[in-house]
Design a binder for this molecule. Structure first.
Ligand SMILES: *[C@@H]1O[C@H](CO)[C@@H](O)[C@H](O)[C@H]1NC(C)=O
Length: 289
């Protein structure tokens, strides 16, 4: 009897040990799962604690590099081109690989470009705009999403406010006459409200011509360092020469939300070479696609 009791006690002790062990095991599994999912992280001591004064430039770079794009971008810097219109250049915004990626995505779907009819709000063919182009879908794939996020970081305008990227191709002689990017009709402002800003990305170099020119810009337009390299058309105003990977931001609205007539611009005819661009139009409100 006593022996039986003893072994029963032993069995009880054994099952308690098993229970404790299995509970410990379960706890470890749960902890590992939390660690793996990144919900929980172990405190790691490091000597390079962040400085108290936060360097916002490096923070911005970190924010934009969170999503890696394709290839390696050259050194990046921004330049103020003009305050009237408000226009800025961002050098090496895209890598060569990203430019080629966008061109190759668009190439099989290119169609003759249209313009918006002022009276009806419908798209129509035009002699004013002779390029061909197509729209990519917003957030179409990972690379597009990274580029769209990069545009949002640069402009401080949310991704939601953008139209899908448009890819355009201008061959020799093709151009886009003077126009505004904002709308004069009621129909085109229903979705997202007025267009507020434009980011134009140059996907190729252009040997000659193909400049983006602001004929109504204020200031000394001959003072740009590249003045002597401009075509006749390029000398009509403040000009930007296409350079592969560069992005160009200009605002169609002033900070007080009035439309800015100095944002009138021209896509000069290509004289030699090929011009590929990608445009992102940004609205004042969320743009539904
Ligand atoms: C414009 O800039 C050019 C080049 O810097 C200079 O030679 C010219 O005198 C300027 N013109 C005016 C009106 O300031």
């Amino acid at each position: 009897m006593a022996k039986l009791r003893h072994s029963r006690l032993q069995a009880k002790k054994l099952s308690t040990v098993t229970l404790v062990l299995s509970m410990l095991f379960m706890l470890t599994v749960v902890l590992l799962m939390l660690l793996g999912l990144g919900i929980f992280s172990l405190p790691i001591n490091s000597d390079d604690t962040p400085p108290i004064a936060i360097d916002l430039t490096s923070y911005r770079r970190m924010a934009s590099e969170r999503g890696k794009g394709l290839g390696k971008r050259g050194e990046q810097w921004t330049e103020v081109l003009s305050w009237e219109p408000r226009a800025f250049i961002y050098h090496n915004f895209l890598s060569k690989e990203e430019c080629e990626y966008l061109i190759n995505l668009a190439k099989p779907h290119m169609a003759k470009s249209t313009v918006v009819d002022r009276k009806t709000g419908q798209s129509r063919d035009s002699r004013v705009r002779t390029s061909s182009g197509m729209f990519l879908r917003k957030g179409q794939d990972r690379i597009i999403r990274v580029i769209e996020k990069r545009i949002a970081d640069f402009t401080f305008i949310p991704v939601e406010n953008g139209e899908g990227l448009q890819v355009l191709h201008y061959e020799v002689g093709q151009k886009y006459d003077a126009h505004f990017d904002y709308f004069a009709d009621k129909f085109n402002t229903i979705n997202g409200g007025q267009r507020m800003a434009t980011v134009l990305m140059y996907l190729s170099d252009v040997e000659e011509g193909g400049e983006t020119v602001f004929p109504a810009a204020k200031g000394n337009v001959t003072a740009v360092p590249w003045w002597n390299e401009l075509s006749e058309c390029g000398k009509q105003g403040l000009a930007v020469k296409p350079k592969m990977g560069d992005a160009f931001l200009f605002w169609s609205m002033r900070p007080d939300a009035k439309l800015d007539p100095s944002s009138l611009h021209v896509g000069c005819p290509v004289i030699s070479g090929n011009k590929w661009t990608s445009t992102k139009w940004l609205h004042v409100e969320e743009y539904m696609v």
